[in-house]
Design a protein around this ligand. Structure first.
Ligand code: ZN
Length: 67
């Protein structure tokens, strides 16, 4: 079972939250923050995999030459 580095309590679920991830102060990506269910300290921040998949699909479509 996972243990929170701040409050030392174990957990089997985490709290989910949404954040914006800025790269060089410009482009914003949808991110996900995973937090301890007891003290709410952020355990990890990752790119939202669903939003990232959409972003990548849009980019691929732009690369295709017009037909
Ligand atoms: Zn905690």
């Amino acid at each position: 079972m996972a243990k929170c580095p701040k409050c030392d309590r174990t957990f089997s679920t985490v709290n989910y939250g949404e954040v914006d991830i800025k790269i060089l102060g410009e482009k914003r990506y949808n991110g996900v923050v995973l937090a301890c269910p007891h003290c709410d300290v952020a355990l990890n921040v990752v790119f939202d995999p669903v939003a990232l998949a959409h972003e990548s699909k849009d980019r691929d479509n732009k690369r295709k030459p017009p037909q």
